[in-house]
Write a protein that binds this ligand. Sequence first.
Ligand SMILES: [Zn+2]
Ligand SMILES: [Zn+2]
Length: 233
Amino acid sequence: MNCPTCRRSLHPDETHRTACVRCENRLRAWLREIPLQRPLLEASLHIGAAPATGRLGGTGRAHAPLPLREDVLTLLGPAAPGTVHDPHHDQTGPTPIHAVLYAWADRLADQLGHALPALRPGDDYSYYVLANLRHVVTRAWVTDMYAELRDLIHRIRAVTRTEPQRRVQEAPCPSCRAFALFEEDWQTYLDCEACGLLLTPAEYRAHHAAVMPTLYRIGVLMAAATAEETPPS
Ligand SMILES: [Zn+2]
Ligand SMILES: [Zn+2]
């Protein structure tokens, strides 16, 4: 049986899920990333927002307001500074962040049988979806939510040019032995690109402590053997 969301084969204890642990991990990271990206989006709202060089010291002249970036305005949605109201709902094209999250949060609240909580100003519903993620990953619609959030996060990163960094880890994967374990910003688990294994940071530290002394020793012995074979120049 495969994960309906990513098509990887499901672990026997994941068969009740519609999104596997890896997919859940990715969703959690995206939902945490969206609020962190918001200030960067707001800073990108004005075309030419970066300070001009060689103009230190004001001339006392008032400048016309900078034009706004349409794509950023769309992402920030109706609550953006310099709001563009759309009373006839005839706005076409990509959906704002708030609208995407609201739609899924609303559906979730409906299925959980309670009213959607009110938002604090400047907040979005990522926190609510995060808080109920265990439920989300057993719903058939998680596949659509996953695709929408992936699209949303790509649009955001394309504007802010900020994305989580992946760092390859020193120790090989305990399952497939490939040197393909990665740590990524805002992710709960380290993951193996070769076999899909997930490890918590604590599990990785324990694994690292267990295998690395032996690997270092082998490395030192190999380096010594190579040095012996190489004739002095
Ligand atoms: Zn999956
Ligand atoms: Zn592996």
